[in-house]
Design a protein around this ligand. Structure first.
Ligand code: FDA
Length: 377
């Protein structure tokens, strides 16, 4: 074995595949889960045959040509385009906020310029721009913020958005057109045969060995100490939480098989109001409308609930509080001092990464850090 990769998420898989194919290295990949692909994994629900995304809906999207060319070596993509709806006060609207949302919410037809003028008049000058609430109101005005962001965000964070820092969200997207696509990237789609099949193909190289159900820390002594490691597990765990545990939000999914061919008519519907305890409902059959063989009288849904992660929970989204940021800086210093361990991926860097970002940063790590280790710079 030339290289050990801890974590078979998209970051670890890309490192393993590149190192085996391009650098000719013998790579072992370990993951404590029993499947490849980390949070992006999907497979067929055994009872219905419907492809389900086990950790919530994952749509591949990118504007990075190199990433798009790379992922297309392993899978074809369907032409799926993601669109999201949000239920508020008994009515349904499209998200992110676009001209269609505004016309429906304010119950009148507006031109883009009329809508811009209206939103401008609703972006109160007296809000605190350092809070999430202030930033959101500056983007979409108070009425739309109250309807679609305030309670949804409070459900996600169990915190009033007035008390959340602005940088918890980026700039809220707002479109003064009827374009209601969720992502604005050049390329978008779903792997035609599912994520599980895509990821199997990434490790189909004879120089890659995969050990699933294997926690690195429980098996560490089985690996030669001088073999370089690419570590994509949790940064704080690697250093035994010496600077404290980093904060994450986790998700709980309530899975149901419903006796209908169509439960909600869309893949993802958000619930913006405080009296509904879940944040979204996923209905997986709608992600693959091209699969005509799906059963007509049954469907799989998952209701999504959000909360702060405890020590035993799966980490999903970094909280990034000021205390987290201070601890991360100290952990990164420790990570830099590790001679033969390279840290990457969302857990290893404590950063939210979309799938295409995980692939791109793994490719960069192979070129800039792994290749030189093996004299192949
Ligand atoms: P990832 O978490 O996938 O992999 C890390 C792996 O390391 C895991 O498999 C874990 O089991 C393993 N591991 C950890 N500790 C270990 C240990 N001690 N020993 C062995 N193994 C260990 N992105 C996108 O582009 N489009 C989308 O629609 C979505 N949707 C989405 C929804 C939700 C709810 C979330 C939380 C995230 C998304 N994403 C997304 C983001 C996407 O999931 C993310 O970019 C990738 O999963 C990141 O891949 P990584 O390999 O970095 O981490």
């Amino acid at each position: 074995m030339d290289l050990l990769v801890v974590g078979a998420g998209l970051f670890g898989l890309t490192v393993a595949e590149r190192c085996a194919t391009r650098l000719g290295l013998a790579v072992t990949v370990v993951d404590r889960r029993r499947h490849l692909g980390g949070n992006a994994f999907s497979d067929l629900d055994p009872a219905t045959g419907i492809e389900v995304h086990r950790y919530g809906t994952h749509v591949f999207h990118t504007s990075n040509e190199a990433v798009w060319r790379y992922v297309n070596r392993f899978t074809e993509f369907t032409g799926y385009q993601h669109r999201v709806l949000s239920v508020h006060a008994g009515k349904i609207y499209s998200l992110p906020v676009n001209l269609g949302t505004m016309c429906a919410y304010f119950e009148r037809v507006m031109t883009p310029d009329e809508a811009r003028a209206l939103i401008r008049s609703q972006t109160a000058a007296d809000v605190d721009p350092t809070t999430l609430e202030g930033r959101a109101i500056a983007s979409i005005g108070r009425p739309l913020y109250e309807a679609f962001v305030r309670h949804y965000t409070a459900k996600q964070w169990q915190t009033d958005p007035r008390n959340l820092p602005a940088d918890v969200i980026g700039r809220l997207p707002v479109r003064y057109s009827f374009d209601n696509r969720y992502f604005a990237d050049t390329y978008e789609g779903l792997p035609a045969d599912g994520y599980g099949t895509w990821f199997e193909r990434m490790v189909a190289h004879p120089a890659i060995e995969v050990r699933l159900g294997t926690d690195y820390f429980a098996h560490r002594t089985e690996f030669p100490a001088d073999v370089p490691v690419v570590y994509t597990g949790a940064l704080d765990r690697y250093f035994d939480y010496v600077h404290g545990a980093l904060g994450w939000r986790t998700l709980d999914f309530e899975w149901r098989t419903e006796p209908t061919g169509d439960f909600q008519g869309a893949p993802v519907i958000n619930y913006a109001d405080p009296d509904v305890p879940f944040t979204r409902v996923h209905e997986f059959r709608h992600l693959h409308p091209e699969r005509r063989h799906y059963p007509s009288g049954t469907t799989v849904i998952a209701r999504e609930y959000s909360r702060f992660a405890g020590p035993q929970d799966e980490p999903y989204y970094p909280i990034n509080s000021p205390a987290d940021r201070a601890a991360v800086a100290r952990y990164r210093e420790l990570a830099r001092a590790e001679r033969r361990v390279l840290f990457g991926g969302r857990l290893g860097t404590y950063r939210y990464l979309d799938m295409h970002m995980a692939v791109a940063s793994a490719m960069t790590l192979v070129d800039n850090a792994v290749s030189p280790l093996f004299g192949r710079g």
